[in-house]
Design a protein around this ligand. Sequence first.
Ligand code: DC
Length: 224
Amino acid sequence: MNAPVLAIDGPSGSGKGAVGQELATRLGWHYLDSGAFYRALALRVLEEGTDPADARVVSGLAVTLDLSFVPVPGAAPRLLLGGRDISDDIRSEACSGAASEVAAHPGVRTALLAKQRAQRRPPGLVADGRDMGTTVFPDAVLKVFLTASAEVRAERRYKQLKEKGFSVTLPRLLGEIRARDVRDMERAASPLRPAPGAFALDSSTIDIDGVVGLILERLRNRLK
Ligand code: DC
């Protein structure tokens, strides 16, 4: 039998990453940050000077993407691209924008599907992304759709980027978040949308611990 998957989908800044990592730690499960695949591909595209809109070339790069995750107890895994640590580089705004562009190509999504599914291992996997419940792990034991208002998400992102020393402004981030939402929700290939039967949660006014508690309660009922 396949290891159980907890799928958490939602837009950027909804808290999926923090919630997913905390859940994985508490459950003792593995954690998949599927956005990291699209970000790593975007980094490669930007570094090679390829146009992110070039579906054929970008899909070819996705097929040969050599990405590995190095687990770090109690923290996010480090991400290696061909052996090089790219964990910090992929968080830039340039990479965020290009990731959303490359993610729209059906050839890219197909190329990355098996790589994401290969992360499923006992005792279980917490998978965070946009299409975990709809496409990558349709048999997930619980599917969560986590949202928050665009304003709250922009403020969270602003704080994160400031702490990392990036120079950003709130209005610009809000504009970028809205543009990315539209692109992620309106693309034809695996658009961001709640999976049928997903548990919808709005994290605008609930903190990480609160969200984690609500999800754990549902999950434990499902695993009984
Ligand atoms: O979750 P994130 O912000 O790191 O994701 C970066 C981009 O990758 C985002 O704009 C949409 C895309 N993405 C996707 O299309 N499917 C996923 N499962 C995860 C991310």
